[in-house]
Every structure is written in structure tokens, then in C-alpha cells.
Design a protein around this ligand. Structure first.
Ligand SMILES: *Cc1c(COP(=O)(O)O)cnc(C)c1O
Length: 401
């Protein structure tokens, strides 16, 4: 007789992603031949640049196919240090860098190295989908800090104060943000820095979208606003977004040496190291010509201009103009309570479902990011798809009563 194996208690805390339902449905529709336009993707629609791919092939041909040092090959960690110095003016040594299997894995290592039961970690909301589970898997508790649309999704002092307790151990910043495209102001970051200094928190700065910033926008950094906080800051970045390398799985972290050392311990007993081949490719990405991120930024900027224009034409929709990344996050709440063919749309999941069923456009409901008033549209799609998508969106919304 077989028994039904029960799962670990921690599995109760991890909820299935609300994006999955819409995604599965979009895929099924597409497979059945429907002309689905996909605005749900969280990765650039460009191919990895050829010179980067060539470096990966060379690594294979040269037999660079074995385990590497746990924190990553020294040349790549040196290249990361150079980029942090040249691009941002931050001084780090290779011992203060970890190369991980993607940025998400770097965050996972941080969570395991820094947080545990009894700790609280503040997560500005709307948040990236993986932050709360990474905190929960470490046994700690996420505390959600609401960011208001009418404050351009910036940090508000009173709202931040409300999140603080004697258990607060850290905060995760993401600027430019996925899903809003918003950037924290200097004043907002100063508030965080002052509280972090007072409370002894660690500040995780997820800079993964730092190269995708639109003309005229500057992205203040917590370490520029508060250099005195350096021993409490850990930077997360990677090549997934900047070089369209999501499948290569290379992320990097920069922070105080004892924290990086702890993360290396976690990595040594889990994944050992990031792929040797991908590390060589990432090395070429960081050290080679930098036209690619510039080209991508320009393409995204053109698309954004079009999308913002199209969204303005749609009644009862508001949308804060993104300053970076490749998402728009319009507020659909004025449409909640309206009906289509007798079926009421009550929330972001209903809205994303309706848009998929009736307009064949796939998006991600705001509920996935902790904010139900919104729906996220990625503009990692061709201009033709975007134009048709915006036309369908407007028509679908007009059909609600
Ligand atoms: C994409 C993304 C990452 C990292 O992605 P990886 O593919 O794991 O490198 C981290 N943070 C945010 C907010 C992202 O959108």
C-alpha cells in the first residue's frame, strides 16, 4: 500500500502565482489558433547580442565547462566592480561580489543569508512577484508598504513609519520598478536611509532595470543619497534585462564582505556556481561594447511614447508615466463593477481575464503585484503588436457597461 506523501509546512505559505492562470489560458488560446497578443512577458523581446553568444560558444569550444569558484570567476567579479565604479562611482572589491544563477537567485541567497523567523522585511507595494515568497521561504515576514499612484509610487513618510517595528530587519527597493516603471526620488530614499540608519536595517537595492531609463530621467540611488549607509546596503543586478540574457541565468550582488561570504556559503551548498559558459558570456557583455543597452532603451522609449498616447485616449483610465523598465501599469479601477454580457468585472483578475477572452490580449493582473486596481502591460513587444493591442484595449473597454 502506498501512502500519500505530505509536503513540508513551508509549502502552505507559498501561494500559486495569480499570473499563472492568465498565462496558461493565453497559451491554450494561442495553441488553438487564436491571434493572442502577449503583453504579459517580463523579458526583453530582443535576442542576446551576437558577440555575447559567440563568447558562450567559445567557452564551450575551449572546454571552459567545469565547476568554477563558488562566487564566480574572478574576471567576471572584477568586471562587475569596474562597472559599479565606472557607471555609478561605487567602490567594491571582487570579494564583495557574488555571481549567482540569475538575479532572482541572488535575492534568494540574500534572503537565506540575512533573514529568519521573527524578522520583518518591508516591501514597497506594488512589488515584484518574487519578493514576498523569497522572504517567506527564509522564514521571515514581509510587511507591505503601500506606494500611492498619486505620489508617483514614491516613498511616503507616514506610510513607511507604519511599517516599522522592533522586528524590522530590512527593506527591498526596486528602482526603476517592475511593475510600475517608477523611480524613487532622492527625498524618498533619504527617508529610507534615515530609518535604516536608526533601525540598523539592511537595504536591498534591486537595480536590475538601471540601464533601461528614459530620456531626461535620472535614477537616484540609495548609496548616492546616503553613502554613509554603505555597510548596510546590498546591490542586486544582472545581465538578464540589460543584455537580453534571461535564459543564461547570470545575476550579481555587491555588498559587505561578510554578507557576500554568507551568501557564498548558501550557494556552495545549493547550486555551487553559476554556469561557467554563461559567466564567460556575461563577462563579454559587461566588458564589450555598450551599444546594445542603448539601442534597447531607444526602442522601448519609442514604444512607451506611443502607449502613453494611446492610454490617454481611453476614458476613465489613469497611468503614471514610467521613467524606466518596460512596463505600463494603468489603473483600471474605474471600470470595476461594469459588466460585459451580464458578467461583472470586479477586480484585476476579472479584468485580465476579460481582456484575454474578449480582446485576445494577455496582461498580468495587479493582484500579482499586491495592488488590485491595476493591470500590467509589458512593452517588450513589436510596435505592430502594440498598436493593435492598444486598439483592442480601447474597443474592449468601450464595450463594458
Ligand atoms: C527580471 C527581474 C529580476 C531578475 O531576473 P533574473 O532573470 O533572475 O536575473 C530581478 N528583479 C526584478 C524586479 C526583475 O524584474
Amino acid at each position: 500500500m502506498t501512502v500519500n506523501i505530505t509536503l513540508a509546512d513551508r509549502m502552505d505559505k507559498i501561494k500559486p502565482s495569480p499570473t499563472l492562470a492568465v498565462n496558461a489560458k493565453a497559451k491554450a488560446l494561442k495553441a488553438s489558433g487564436a491571434d493572442v497578443l502577449n503583453f504579459s512577458v517580463g523579458e526583453p523581446d530582443f535576442d542576446t547580442p551576437a558577440h555575447v553568444c559567440a563568447a558562450g560558444k567559445t567557452a564551450i569550444n575551449d572546454g571552459f565547462t567545469r565547476y568554477t569558484a563558488v562566487p564566480g570567476i574572478i574576471e567576471l567579479r572584477e568586471a562587475v566592480c569596474r562597472r559599479l565604479a565606472d557607471d555609478r562611482g561605487f567602490k567594491y572589491t571582487p570579494e564583495q561580489i557574488q555571481i549567482s544563477c540569475g538575479g532572482k537567485h541572488g535575492l534568494y541567497n540574500m534572503g537565506q543569508a540575512l533573514f529568519g523567523p521573527g524578522d520583518e522585511v518591508i516591501i514597497p507595494t506594488p512589488y515584484w512577484v518574487s519578493y514576498p515568497p523569497i522572504i517567506e521561504l527564509a522564514g521571515a515576514r514581509p510587511v507591505f508598504l503601500p506606494l500611492a499612484e498619486d505620489n508617483d509610487f514614491d516613498i511616503n513618510e507616514a506610510a513607511l513609519q507604519k511599517c516599522v517595528s522592533e522586528k524590522t530587519k530590512g527593506i527591498i527597493l526596486n528602482s526603476p520598478s517592475n511593475p510600475t516603471g517608477a523611480v524613487f526620488s532622492k527625498a524618498g530614499l533619504r527617508l529610507v536611509a534615515d530609518m535604516a540608519l536608526k533601525g540598523g536595517w539592511v537595504v536591498i537595492s534591486d537595480d536590475i532595470y538601471e540601464t533601461i531609463v528614459f530620456a531626461g530621467q535620472s535614477v537616484p540611488h540609495i548609496l548616492k543619497v546616503a553613502p554613509e549607509l554603505k555597510e548596510q546596503v546590498i546591490i542586486l543586478n544582472g545581465v538578464s534585462k540589460s543584455f537580453a540574457m534571461t535564459g543564461w541565468r547570470i545575476g550579481y550582488s555587491a555588498g559587505p564582505q561578510h554578507i557576500i561570504a554568507a551568501m557564498n556559503k548558501i550557494q556552495s551548498q545549493s547550486t555551487s556556481n553559476a554556469s561557467s559558459i554563461s559567466q564567460k558570456a556575461a563577462l563579454t557583455a559587461l566588458n564589450g561594447p555598450q551599444e546594445f543597452p542603448v539601442m534597447m532603451r531607444k526602442a522601448f522609449a519609442e514604444r512607451l511614447t506611443y502607449i502613453m498616447g494611446a492610454l490617454k485616449e481611453i476614458p476613465d483610465l489613469t497611468c503614471v508615466a514610467p521613467k524606466g523598465a518596460f512596463y505600463v501599469f494603468p489603473n483600471f479601477s474605474a471600470y470595476y463593477g461594469r459588466e460585459f454580457k451580464g458578467k461583472k468585472i470586479n477586480n484585476s483578475v476579472d479584468m485580465a481575464d476579460f481582456l484575454l477572452d474578449e480582446a485576445l490580449i494577455a496582461s498580468v493582473p495587479g493582484a500579482a503585484f499586491g495592488t488590485d486596481d491595476f493591470v500590467r502591460f509589458s512593452f517588450a513587444a513589436s510596435m505592430a503588436v502594440i498598436e493593435e493591442g492598444m486598439r483592442r484595449l480601447r474597443k474592449a473597454l468601450a464595450s463594458l457597461c
